[in-house]
Design a protein around this ligand. Structure first.
Ligand SMILES: Cc1cc2nc3c(=O)[nH]c(=O)nc-3n(C[C@H](O)[C@H](O)[C@H](O)COP(=O)(O)OP(=O)(O)OC[C@H]3O[C@@H](n4cnc5c(N)ncnc54)[C@H](O)[C@@H]3O)c2cc1C
Length: 432
């Protein structure tokens, strides 16, 4: 690659290099170019936006329909720093940008409060984003892996690439993502680069990843899904004291996989497990209420049903899938019993299995299947108004490399668009 000249020497428009051509990097490129900068995106894989292509089951859930920052995002950094970043661009304005400037028609999925492209095509999202960048003159260079950054005496930065070449710019945006889905090009190189230059990195862990564990009664329920599960996660200490407080995934989908569990309810709480396993802290307890119905509702059903009903048929009648009803009855030792025959202790045990089933897990699927990475560069080390590093002047950070991720529902792309915009706009301005 030919070295680029710094604007201070060449008197040209400020130059910005974006390392990483994912959702955050392309957004940063768009906004830096809009400010008149010469923008180059260095992407290590063969094409930009590969993760956009595989997202949301190739439909790409681009945004949520509503946001509550405290409820929907996870960070170990300061909540006020997080709020300050979100205050910079409302969901409504971000949606308008996707529609009007990127040219993406959006459709809602009301039951899940999500926005998707009306075409249901993640390829359209990626192509329109790339098209909007190239229309503004952004140069996208693929198969360009940034391995190191070094500061230049004049104030700019040099990127050293894997093939031994170098390129220089007035400012840099680091948008290299996290460690999740490494086959998409994300292996934590960005963390290593900025970590080596003085940033502290909050210990990372896979998030939104399936859990491994044994199905009820040791049966094989793979492929079975439920749609209104309440999953409760209590920290080990709170659970030991019998406290109810904890995190909850309410009325969302749950899937039995070949090796354990997945679906939004499990993914949204998985970070509590992965974090504890990575850090060797006490493991939280997960409890499932399979239909989201209360204990009192089940008690009333048991009282009202004819005494001659078999226990599994009562569970099936009220919506429990047959295979799960059979597994739960087997585990409670009531498979061949009629309702009238149940002793009080058996009823209580059954009620617990229906509404507070202790989900056994012994591991997780790791970064290979994690949708995002927890941990990363703490928000205290970036200026939340500009995303400029407080450690490395004229280096801006955005997207998944930062110590923030959201739950399932378009929250992670919202974070990528939001921080990409701030980083790109201000990377262009930081030279002035
Ligand atoms: C299967 C799956 C489905 C998902 N579905 C959704 C969804 O529907 N909605 C949602 O909101 N979120 C979803 N996500 C999460 C979302 O994809 C991420 O939050 C988002 O892509 C993060 O954007 P980013 O630009 O920060 O990182 P990435 O998209 O990971 O982009 C980083 C880019 O940097 C490149 N790179 C890395 N290191 C270097 C280097 N050293 N030099 C050059 N280039 C480098 C990588 O190749 C990559 O292209 C999903 C994730 C996965 C894995």
């Amino acid at each position: 690659m030919r070295p680029r000249f710094l604007s201070s020497v060449s008197k040209a428009a400020p130059s910005v290099i974006i390392t990483g051509g994912g959702a955050a990097g392309l957004t940063a490129a768009y906004f830096a170019a809009l400010q008149g900068s010469q923008v180059t995106v260095l992407e290590r894989t063969r094409e930009p936006g590969k993760k956009v292509l595989i997202s949301g089951g190739a439909r790409c859930n681009v945004l949520p329909m509503e946001v509550d920052v405290q409820r929907d995002f996870v960070t170990e950094s300061s909540p006020s720093a997080l709020r300050a970043i979100f205050a910079s661009w409302s969901l409504e304005d971000c949606k308008r940008w996707l529609e009007d400037d990127i040219g993406l028609a959006l459709a809602t999925e009301e039951e899940n409060m999500k926005y998707f492209p009306a075409s249901n095509s993640s390829r359209e999202v990626r192509d329109r984003l790339v098209g909007a960048c190239t229309n503004l003159g952004v140069r996208i260079q693929c198969k360009a892996s940034v391995e190191a950054l070094s500061s230049l005496p004049g104030g700019g930065w040099r990127c050293s690439l894997g093939d031994g070449s170098h390129c220089e710019a007035d400012s840099i945006v680091v948008a290299t993502g996290g460690l999740s889905f490494p086959k998409m090009g994300t292996d934590g190189t960005g963390h290593r680069i900025v970590g080596g230059l003085g940033h502290s990195i909050k210990p990372v862990y896979p998030a939104l990843t399936p859990l491994k564990g044994r199905h009820p009664a040791g049966s094989q329920l793979a492929g079975l899904s439920l749609y209104g599960v309440d999953l409760h996660c209590a920290a080990a200490a709170a659970a030991a004291k019998g406290k109810k407080k904890g995190q909850q995934a309410q009325r969302s989908a749950f899937l039995f996989t070949h090796r354990g569990y997945s679906g939004p309810s499990v993914l949204d709480l998985s970070h509590s497990v992965t974090m504890a396993l990575e850090r060797g802290t006490p493991l939280p307890r997960l409890k499932a209420n399979w239909l989201g119905d209360s204990r009192a509702e089940w008690e009333a059903r048991m009282v009202a049903c004819p005494g001659s009903s078999s226990v599994p048929s009562l569970l099936r009648k009220h919506g429990l899938p047959q295979r799960l009803a059979e597994a739960i009855c087997a585990e409670a030792g009531v498979s061949d019993r009629r309702m009238a025959e149940l002793r009080k202790t058996e009823r209580v045990a059954l009620l617990e299995k229906l509404t507070e089933y202790p989900l056994e897990y012994d591991g997780h699927e790791g970064y290979a299947k994690a949708e995002v990475t927890g941990g990363g560069v703490p928000l205290s080390e970036v200026d939340c108004r500009t995303m400029e590093s407080r450690v490395l002047p004229r280096v801006h950070l955005c997207g998944e490399i930062l110590d923030v991720f959201g739950r399932i529902g378009g929250f992670n792309f919202y974070w990528a668009w939001l921080t990409g915009r701030l980083a790109g706009m201000h990377a262009a301005q930081s030279v002035e």
